[in-house]
Ligand binder design. Structure first.
Ligand code: FAD
Length: 280
């Protein structure tokens, strides 16, 4: 199934650990699937910890008629294991992959080496040619381990030069960060599409914690506003949906090629934001 929206959207899921979670995800996919997304994507746990569940959710999605893309990283795996996984994906109708370096899972020694995403992209191209559409990660507010803004863009370019087709950004709440980033990417010779990653605001305490580790900035005024509404759930919900809608509108007006939603496996608020944007 291919999207038909004026602004292409894609929806990201994580692989649930329980049967209840899997059933809930099927309903989320059914409802969000009515909005004709370009594809769904399914995350891959650090170090390959969700390999089987990721595969299951991806194959279920394909069986249900949806273009569904696994996220993939080398993790702690040997090349042969990744090659077998790629072959399995290829044989089962997967046509798109989100290629990442990933992070070290807790318990891995400090000496463990992570394989950078450009090497994974080269590996996939070397062994499967042009079969897969490859998306990579990009960071408008800079990856937390990056030496500098410019080296981070240099390494993003390296991922495109290795054969990536597009990028999806880490989430952010300041649209100017995206506009500035795109301008700098273009100056560095990147002309492939860079889709902003959209994180609808739901559990704000979790979001604050996670944002610290992944280097996404939550503006002070937004923190104050959200926290001031925490005893009025309806007002909070409506403020967050309006704020995210307005962020998406600004990004599209800046020329974003589409939107990638981090759904957290929930129908709402992604559905309401999309409806506000006339994506139905
Ligand atoms: P890389 O592109 O390898 O970059 C990592 C760091 O190294 C950057 O600081 C970069 O500047 C630098 N660098 C890049 N290439 C080189 C090089 N060749 N030599 C030296 N330095 C280099 N994590 C998961 O565990 N599972 C997921 O499913 C997942 N999905 C994600 C989806 C999206 C859209 C995004 C934005 C992130 C996702 N992440 C996921 C998180 C991601 O794995 C982490 O942000 C990770 O720290 C970096 O991955 P990367 O692919 O960007 O790495």
């Amino acid at each position: 199934m291919t999207g038909t929206n004026q602004h292409p959207v894609s929806f990201e899921f994580f692989p649930p650990k329980t049967e209840v979670g899997m059933n809930k995800l099927q309903e989320t996919r059914r409802v969000l699937g009515q909005m004709n997304p370009e594809y769904f994507s399914v995350t891959y746990g650090a170090g390959g910890s969700t390999r089987d569940n990721t595969k299951k959710v991806v194959f279920d999605g394909i069986d249900a008629g949806f273009n569904t893309a696994p996220h993939l990283s080398f993790g702690g795996d040997e090349k042969e294991a990744i090659l077998n996984l790629l072959k399995e994906y290829q044989a089962n109708g997967v046509s798109r992959i989100v290629a990442l370096r990933g992070d070290l899972p807790s318990g891995f020694g400090a000496g463990s080496r992570l394989v950078h995403a450009n090497e994974l992209v080269s590996f996939i191209r070397e062994h499967t040619g042009d079969h897969f559409q490859l998306a990579v990660a990009a960071y408008p507010e800079i990856h937390p381990e990056a030496e500098s803004y410019d080296t981070d863009i240099h390494f993003l370019k390296q991922k495109f030069d290795a054969g990536a087709n597009s990028a999806i950004t880490q989430y952010f709440f300041n649209p100017d960060a995206y506009a500035f980033f795109i301008e700098r990417c273009q100056k560095a010779g990147i002309d492939q599409p860079i889709y902003p990653g959209i994180m609808p605001i739901t559990n704000f305490d979790n979001l604050k914690r996670f944002s610290q580790s992944c280097g996404a900035e939550i503006p002070r005024w937004l923190t104050y506003r959200v926290e001031s509404l925490k005893d009025s759930p309806d007002d909070l919900k409506s403020f967050c949906t309006d704020f995210m809608t307005s962020l998406c509108e600004k990004l599209l007006s800046y020329g974003a090629p589409g939107l990638h939603f981090y759904t957290m496996n929930q129908i709402e608020p992604t559905q309401s934001i999309c409806h506000n944007l006339n994506i139905k």
